[in-house]
Design a protein around this ligand. Structure first.
Ligand SMILES: NC(=O)c1ccc[n+]([C@@H]2O[C@H](COP(=O)([O-])OP(=O)(O)OC[C@H]3O[C@@H](n4cnc5c(N)ncnc54)[C@H](OP(=O)(O)O)[C@@H]3O)[C@@H](O)[C@H]2O)c1
Length: 288
């Protein structure tokens, strides 16, 4: 069976890595980039450059879109909707779940097989199994493109709701972001005692590694839904967090990253949930 032809729209850092990987794996590649000069090294390496988006999408039945954001994707794809009919479009551009759903609805109107993707990797990881790529949307479209997508890293089809891949990506990135803020807070506090940042970072790493497995126990309480397991309570935790905030300020360090947690615990206590498992804070996150 001959390898399918693939078009890559967008040759920034990520699109370039993807086009290179596909070419190295024997796929016939057509590339397009708004700034045409970026196609030159790809043409030298064996890809075909398209002068327009229309020309690019006509060249292949599978089109990978690796542009900056939702706006740039729609700016480029909307005018070529008719040419994309029956094409599998895999949008690897980072978007929000609702933006993915909006593009999927647009694609469905035009008979396009739309798969939304989220890349959990940096360009240098593309092609390595450590690169995790999430996909959701048109399952048949995913199956058609699967051999292509599997060359980019470890793939996972998260479901037919086109927003799911993005949702998981954003949820995991949120977890990372909040965890890194924890590093920042600890480093800031320990710097007041002259401890170098790298030293505190190593301590934080060991501490978090020991604590992370307990996350699943907390998750089980959330799934249970009653918050009455007798674990660490809201009242216990709100005094704990108050100490952290006070200690931080005593050292001349702002506690802005910690204060939202305290606020949620205080809300729970005020609502009569002082005895609940503290993880009940998750219920306060829902916007009503
Ligand atoms: N880099 C990473 O580590 C990483 C990791 C995960 C996900 N991603 C996602 O992958 C996507 C691409 O990232 P990147 O690192 O390749 O970014 P980048 O290096 O900044 O490249 C951006 C690309 O988008 C193009 N572009 C921007 N606005 C455009 C428009 N209005 N019309 C047409 N093309 C437009 C640029 O074209 P020009 O060359 O003409 O400017 C360029 O090809 C982003 O959504 C990013 O969030 C990146």
């Amino acid at each position: 069976m001959t390898a399918p032809a693939v078009t890559v729209l967008g040759l920034g850092a990520m699109g370039s890595a993807i086009a290179t990987r596909l070419r190295d794996n024997g796929f016939t590649t057509t590339v397009w980039n708004r700034t045409a000069a970026k196609t030159e090294p790809h043409v030298e390496a064996g890809s075909t450059a398209a002068a327009t988006v229309a020309e690019a999408v006509n060249a292949s039945d599978i089109v990978l879109v690796v542009l900056l954001d939702h706006h740039s994707v729609r700016e480029q794809l909307d005018p070529v909707a008719a040419q994309l009919k029956k094409t599998v479009v895999v949008n690897l551009t980072t978007t929000t779940p609702n933006q993915a759903r909006e593009t999927a609805a647009w694609a469905a109107e035009h008979g396009i097989h739309y798969v939304d993707g989220a890349i959990m990797a940096v360009p240098s990881m593309i092609g390595d199994p450590s690169a995790r790529l999430l996909y959701s949307g048109d399952e048949n479209g995913y199956a058609t493109a699967q051999a292509v997508l599997e060359t980019l890293g470890t793939t996972e089809f998260t479901g037919e709701d086109p927003g799911l891949a993005s949702l998981k990506d954003m949820a995991l990135l949120s977890a990372m972001d909040l965890m890194i803020l924890g590093y920042v807070q600890a480093i800031a506090m320990m710097r007041t005692a002259g401890t170098p940042a790298v030293e505190t970072a190593a301590e934080v790493e060991a501490w978090l590694a020991a604590m992370l497995p307990h996350g699943k126990e907390l998750a089980a309480i959330v799934d249970g839904g009653t918050y009455d397991t007798g674990g660490q309570s809201v009242d216990f935790d709100r005094f704990g967090i108050a100490s952290l905030i006070t200690a931080s300020r005593e050292q001349g360090i702002r506690a802005d990253f910690l204060e939202p947690h305290q606020k949620l615990l205080e809300e729970l206590a005020a609502a009569g949930h002082g005895d609940s498992d503290w993880i009940r804070v998750i219920e306060r996150l829902t916007i009503h």
